[in-house]
Design a protein around this ligand. Sequence first.
Ligand SMILES: [Zn+2]
Length: 215
Amino acid sequence: MVEPIGTNVEEGESIEDELRAAGVIRDGHFVLTSGRHSGVYVAKDLITVDPLLVASIGDELGDSILGDDSSLTSVNMIVAPVFGAVVIGSRAALQIVGGGFTCQFVYAEKDPHGGFVLRRGFDKLVKDKRVGIVEDILTTGQSVASVVKEVRRCGGEVVMVVCIWNRGNVQPKDVGGVPILSLVTKQIASWAATECPLCRDKVPVNTDFGHGASS
Ligand SMILES: [Zn+2]
């Protein structure tokens, strides 16, 4: 059994606290890539910078798969889309293996048409597997929907999608009818620039993150 390193997180709230402490979740005034304004920014690329955070989150994701899987455990392969989810997805697979179960890990790569594809022989490995898809932050669910499609094309069965944060309130119907587990379920408010209360209060836009960084 692999013991979790660092803070042992039990609840969604404390995952959020841990992400905040690591600077992944930031409070302020941000312009998102969508152009909308928000008081919260998720710097998800910072997750992989901190090995302890990767371990903690990966273990939580693995535990949520183990805990939710009534057939203990029928998920025998984790698939993650590049890039950010690969490190935590691999760690989640390790946590499942540490629980005494068989679990492999592969990743899906972007194809030139904006979808995801399994290469390097991973397409063959996925065949007949019961797959859990790991993603970092779900915003629209588009990437995960594409991975679901690719896994099915290769003959795998997608059992569940597990993410750190379903910030876009993505529903199963958005990802091919697959159940979604999220460590954090809180919604992040965002507004059109003209309706932003932070603009109204003249709070300066943070130019280090999001669209504000390039403007
Ligand atoms: Zn604003």
